[in-house]
Design a protein around this ligand. Structure first.
Ligand SMILES: Cc1cc2nc3c(=O)[nH]c(=O)nc-3n(C[C@H](O)[C@H](O)[C@H](O)COP(=O)(O)OP(=O)(O)OC[C@H]3O[C@@H](n4cnc5c(N)ncnc54)[C@H](O)[C@@H]3O)c2cc1C
Length: 253
């Protein structure tokens, strides 16, 4: 979202500074592309990376935008495209040595091989990370509270994803709600059974969605002439929304 906003604004002859706190541009697309068959997502990032300097955008990598750094530039407009962070459930006895998020797995900051793994959350990201883990020799159980998997996927992606899951070794438990996680103990409740049951994996991976990062936007409110909030920072959704809102904001500056 931010890359598109910067490109469109620069193409409209504005002087543009793009801040990225990580060492590389691309946000969630960098690791979303690690899931099976999604490597082409990186083509879009590579295209934008090539276009930004050509359009004259000053790219500041490894540089977190704060209210101070932003206001020091005395900008006419600020487009906040700060994305989101993965939701981590608030179970009191959650032990981070046995649990992580789908983002950690796809980013490679947690590497699991030949382990018993429970993935909690069977939306698109949970399904993709389950396949990713199964391809690396893990014995994966995917727990989803709804009766169906990947209900947030668009239709063609969903058909392919369900086919791939069906052909994989992933054990699927739908209509199953994760009630608590204590260390390596996962307590769950099936719609069909009023009693709770337990799983005892070696590792637990949460794929429970994204929460927006809007702190910077809130801190800048009322301090700059024109302020926009776009993409997942506004409301976690899809690439299309981030790109569309980024381009739209850049044309409104
Ligand atoms: C595993 C996974 C798979 C996905 N697959 C798909 C898919 O197939 N199709 C689809 O449409 N969508 C998919 N999505 C969703 C899609 O990736 C996001 O909707 C999209 O990336 C949102 O773009 P964004 O620019 O709003 O935020 P992000 O991609 O999160 O980018 C925000 C950027 O801002 C940086 N940042 C944050 N705060 C600051 C700061 N203060 N200073 C400087 N930099 C900062 C972050 O480091 C990050 O690089 C997937 C998401 C995940 C996690």
């Amino acid at each position: 979202g931010g890359m598109t906003a910067a490109l469109v604004a620069a193409q409209r002859q504005h002087e543009v500074h793009l801040f990225e706190k990580e060492k590389a541009l691309g946000g969630q697309l960098r690791f979303a592309a690690q899931a099976p068959h999604k490597e082409k997502l990186l083509w879009f990032v590579e295209y934008l990376e090539e276009m930004l300097p050509k359009a004259g955008v000053s790219v500041h990598l490894g540089s977190e935008a704060t209210p101070e750094t932003v206001l020091a530039l005395k900008p006419q407009a600020v487009i906040v495209a700060s994305g989101g962070t993965p939701v981590i459930p608030e179970f009191s006895a959650l032990d981070p040595s046995f649990a992580c998020t789908a983002w950690d797995i796809l980013r490679g900051s947690v590497v699991l091989e030949a382990k018993d793994v429970v993935v909690v959350g069977g939306g698109v990201v949970g399904c993709e990370v389950a396949l990713f883990l199964a391809e690396r020799g893990n014995r994966v159980t995917l727990v989803e509270m709804l009766p169906h998997l990947a209900v947030d996927a668009e239709v063609i992606t969903r058909i392919e994803l369900l086919k791939a899951l069906g052909a994989s070794s992933v054990r699927i438990m739908t209509s199953t709600r994760c009630m608590d996680v204590e260390g390596r103990r996962v307590v769950y409740l099936c719609d069909a059974d009023p009693r709770t049951s337990e799983l005892h994996p070696e590792y637990i991976v949460f794929a429970l969605g994204t929460q927006p990062n809007r702190a910077l936007f809130d801190e800048l409110s009322g301090k700059v002439q024109e302020l926009f909030l776009i993409g997942d920072a506004r409301e976690p959704r899809k690439i299309f929304h981030a790109v569309y809102e980024g381009a739209l904001a850049a044309t409104q500056v």
